[in-house]
Write a protein that binds this ligand. Structure first.
Ligand code: ARG
Length: 268
């Protein structure tokens, strides 16, 4: 069943690869700005065609990764937990997004200096829990902070493969109860936890994950997914989901895909 969603995005006006903070990024790699714009617009169009609301925050010239809206916060029940980015280059993004949330009437939790927290990049609400990634960016004390702030139990999951430096590159929520993920990029204990919590999960190969297939957005029925993740697309279709392919190949150069470009604004 699909449920209408509210998504916050940021146009890729200043998107570029000017520094390298994950294995996908090559400093100075040329980005086709016009193609990036067209690809990003096709994502916005696909969301709207499926009945979702898409809003935009104002891009900032000095912040080439600001297009990756997912990292700026986690929004649950209308409450906003702001991010504290690991990389100095990305730190100002948090305040830029907080300005949008405040203007839109949200209560924004102001972070104390402390644990790294990269928003929906590492915090995935599903099944009455927050699945919380760690290993490369978000740290475990931030999982505790999210649990305390939202009053929702967090489950810490350890990522072990540097190509999957955010949880949202390795796992996504299919609906309110189930997930798709790639077991082999998690620690053995985290794999067991996921298998226990989600015995019906759709399991993806590392190749489909490398094609950004797990950096997907689902509304419960439509799965907005990289067309390069062919194996996973077939598996999702056989499980009754409707894959909606959207190619964000220019953004892969920065280590980002569909989910990275999408902040879900969950209101009560
Ligand atoms: N270049 C960005 C970074 O490394 C990409 C962020 C991708 N976002 C995501 N939600 N996984 O931080």
């Amino acid at each position: 069943m699909s449920r209408p969603r509210r998504y916050l995005t940021c146009a890729p006006t200043y998107f570029d690869v000017t520094y390298a903070i994950n294995p996908w990024m090559r400093e100075g790699e040329p980005v086709d700005t016009a193609l990036a714009r067209t690809q990003w617009e096709s994502l916005v169009d696909a969301y709207r065609a499926a009945g979702h609301t898409v809003e935009h925050t104002e891009p900032v010239a000095a912040l080439p990764d600001m297009v990756f809206a997912a990292n700026a916060a986690l929004v649950l029940d209308g409450k906003v937990l702001r991010s504290r980015f690991l990389a100095a280059e990305r730190q100002p993004e948090s305040a830029a997004y907080a300005t949008w949330f405040k203007a839109a009437g949200f209560d924004v939790h102001e972070p104390e200096p402390g644990p790294v927290c990269e928003g929906e990049g590492d915090l995935v609400p599903v099944g009455g829990l927050i699945l919380a990634g760690t290993g490369f960016r978000t740290t475990v004390p931030a999982h505790q902070e999210a649990q305390e702030f939202f009053g929702v139990p967090t489950v810490s999951l350890h990522l072990t493969d540097p190509y999957f430096y955010h949880l949202d590159t390795a796992l996504f929520a299919l609906d309110d109860r189930n997930i798709a993920y790639c077991p082999e990029v998690f620690s053995p204990g985290s794999r067991e936890v996921l298998a226990r919590l989600f015995p019906d999960a759709v399991v993806a190969t590392r190749d489909d994950a490398l094609a950004f297939g797990l950096n997907s957005v689902s509304d419960g029925r439509h799965v907005f997914i990289s067309p390069r993740a062919t194996g996973l697309i077939g598996r999702l279709a056989r499980r009754g989901y409707v894959p909606v392919p959207v190619d964000l190949s220019e953004f892969h150069k920065a280590g980002g895909g569909i989910k990275c470009c999408t902040q879900e604004v969950r209101t009560p």
